[in-house]
Design a protein around this ligand. Sequence first.
Ligand code: ATP
Length: 270
Amino acid sequence: SKAKLFDEKTDMKTSFKDVAGLEGAKEEVQEIVDFLKNPEKYTSLGGKIPKGALLVGPPGTGKTLLAKAVAGEAQVPFFSLSGSDFVEMFVGVGASRVRDLFKQAKEKSPAIIFIDEIDAIGRARGKNNFTGSNDERENTLNQLLTEMDGFGTNTNVIVMAATNRADILDKALMRAGRFDRQIYVDLPDIRERKEIFEVHLKPLKKAEDLDTDFLSKQTPGFSGADIANVCNEAALIAARKGKKAVEKQDFLDAVDRIVGGLEKKNKIIT
Ligand code: ATP
């Protein structure tokens, strides 16, 4: 059976308001929203709408969220697959999965296709690796390139892909007419962390003593995903203690726990 590629009911609901910080990246993707909403305006003078944009940045910085927000802002369907699915789930059928994904998106066009962890299929060809078959991965990558090249000028499907390893991607992906736009999505600075806290504190029952300036100072190096995690952990810690609202100390305990988790993760890697 076919994987369900998008959910009409829950998608298209994300907007730029859900994405805190990332002003520069949001400005860049606003153009993609405009292309999807008003293709005729852009092609009227003979120009071609870009087919792909690559979101580059560390894990958990909001790349998936941003791509979803583009679809939500343009009110177009969002089809997504992760590069790691090709390695783990679609063994032997990678190329046909790509074909299927593009076929479905074209039928619903205008649309966004999002490929997370594109490095899993888009690593430079001809370089050996020790996990699984390279031929299989190359077939999948070749199919992706073929599909992007095959878009007619009026297809109006834009492919967004995300990676934290742009350096290892096959250069063929970055050629004109493919992922020729790269958008950087960095870790948040202190001001952006404050904004991300504001987004993720909204659904919580908070004590009066919460100060987002303080919280953002306590979380250097945290990604947006880490901050979302802190807010959720803090609410669980407070609830376990039978509190009626989440307090400053619960956030500090949650930060400690997440810093501990990050340190453990780094220890395993190095
Ligand atoms: P990965 O590279 O690990 O796939 P990613 O960059 O795609 O990560 P997301 O999956 O978009 O990151 O982020 C995970 C979650 O973290 C989001 O669903 C959201 O809750 C939170 N988050 C991350 N960045 C932001 C942000 N800038 N504003 C608000 N929330 C954010």
